[in-house]
Design a protein. Structure first.
Length: 487
């Protein structure tokens, strides 16, 4: 049985902090394979984000010519040759499923490579770091300047002002580029410059400018460590074969200087390749020591690999002391066995199969989708009317969707009551027995349709009725089913 505890028995530490204070990270510049990959991906990602709204795509007369456009007023999404309507929102669901499973596949192959190379927080933080190094210098110079923050010289003030001015320009253009995806980009740029754009555009630019400036300029690694849920999720999705940035302690320990290692080896004693230079720590954007093993803060960017390889080359030792590896291979090497890399395994095959299946279904439905749709809704009050000549009439609201870029001449056919007559209210038709009307391009048209069954073929109860809409020129057909109700 638990013993009750009174408040007086509780001990409080009124002097200690509730959480550890942040230690500012000063990543050092580094060159190497992974740094070049990051530069290339950063340039590609930023180039697509900033300039894609200005890419043109000819869709014909009257249609917007912006390649990628979220046209909310007209309820359309354009992506090059693809045009999606609100009724096709399931494609976005498929894209979200694909994105999630691709992320799972990336994690099962190379750990948090999304975080290290493609995450927007990483890309913009890298850009802000590059500006900071260009203006204030590399790691040691920035640390010295911050340590002497009380010495505000004219040069130091100009550096700080210049850095933050460039940061704000990048953040402002980031917010500005975002709103360009929702309206014609050249027109909106002109309206923004002349202060004629909608207020909502300025509001969103202000919001995204602020968030970009704060997240990439100040919060940086704290977003990855504290705000982002992916580090917690990916730990449950990984397995022992996933390749993560790993310090190969089987080769690196025990650590000692180059001189000390030479002395130990001369005496026939073991010495590791790690010289404890801390370069892997100096270049890390989250400020961790990869030699302490897997850590939540590690974003798998590979910069510590470049830094370590550079040192190994200088001291004449093999590169690869830090690399994409796993504990299984470390133990195999300790036993004198060759490492094993299992990229293809049940987990990666399952993810690949899901990606192929979902992607294939989406491509098939996109390639075979009809650009002519019809929806029918039966009137509810009254559901049926008996006319003076004994015939029965049902009324329907028909909604036609012409998703093509040209006008269509369509004909109505009805399968249901025998010898039923069809009449479109308020629409002229060349053939009264088979109404034919023009549906404008890229529009939704709502019509009122009357179906009348003559007295000799009056149904005694509700019967199914099929509505067929046929494009006269192309022969394209769309159908919908409802009921013909007896009074």
């Amino acid at each position: 049985m638990n013993k009750p505890v009174t408040p007086e028995e509780l001990q409080y530490d009124n002097y200690g902090p509730l959480y550890a204070a942040r230690k500012k990270v000063y990543p050092q510049s580094v060159s190497g394979t992974f740094r070049r990959i990051k530069w290339a991906l950063m340039a590609a990602c930023l180039g697509v984000y900033y300039f894609l709204p200005f890419v043109r795509w000819n869709r014909g007369l009257g249609a917007p010519d912006q390649a990628v456009l979220l046209d909310f007023p007209n309820r359309r999404f354009y992506f090059f040759f693809i045009e999606l309507w609100p009724q096709e929102v399931y494609y976005f669901t498929g894209l979200l499923i694909l994105a999630a499973v691709i992320l799972f596949l990336m994690n099962s192959i190379g750990g948090r490579i999304w975080c290290g190379y493609l995450c927007p927080q990483t890309v913009w933080t890298d850009l802000f770091y590059a500006v900071e190094r260009l203006v204030e210098g590399d790691r040691r110079e920035r640390m010295k300047k911050d340590a002497a923050a009380h010495k505000w010289t004219a040069r130091r003030i100009s550096e700080v002002v210049l850095k933050h001015s460039i940061w704000l320009m990048i953040a402002w253009w980031t917010g500005g580029a975002w709103v360009l995806y929702f309206s014609d980009a050249p027109t909106l740029v002109k309206d923004l410059a002349t202060f004629q754009a909608p207020l909502l555009a300025y509001v969103w630019i202000g919001i995204l400018t602020t968030t970009t400036y704060l997240l990439a300029g100040y919060m940086r690694e704290q977003v990855c460590v504290y705000m982002c849920p992916w580090p917690r999720i990916q730990a449950s999705l990984t397995d022992e074969w996933a390749l993560n940035v790993t310090y190969r302690y089987d080769r690196g320990e025990k650590r000692c200087s180059v001189k000390k290692a030479a002395e130990l080896r001369a005496l026939g004693e073991h010495a590791g390749d790690c010289v404890d230079c801390n370069q892997c720590v100096a270049v890390c954007p989250t400020g961790i020591d990869i030699r302490n093993g897997p850590q939540l803060e590690c974003i798998q960017c590979g910069l510590c690999i470049d830094a370590c390889d550079t040192v190994m080359k200088k001291i004449g030792r093999p590169t690869g002391l830090i690399g994409y590896d796993n504990d299984i291979n470390i133990h195999l090497r300790q036993e004198g066995k060759a490492p094993i890399y299992r990229i293809v395994r049940p987990r990666t095959l399952a993810y690949s199969a899901i990606i192929a299946a979902v992607g294939g279904i989406m491509l098939y439905t996109l390639a075979t989708r009809s650009l002519l749709d019809v929806n029918v809704l039966h009137d509810r009050n009254p559901v049926a009317i008996k006319l003076s000549d004994g015939s029965i009439r049902n009324a329907y609201t028909v909604r036609l969707l012409n998703k093509s870029g040209f006008d269509r001449v369509i004909a109505f056919d009805v399968d249901g009551p025998v010898n039923a007559a069809v009449h479109v209210v308020g629409a002229d038709s060349v053939t009264p027995d088979r109404p034919q009307i023009v549906i404008p391009r890229d529009t939704t048209t709502e019509l009122r349709l009357l179906v009348t069954a003559p007295e000799e073929s009056n149904p005694e109860k509700s019967t199914p009725v099929n509505f067929h809409v046929t494009d006269i020129g192309l022969g394209v057909m769309a159908s919908a089913t409802d009921n013909f109700v007896a009074p």
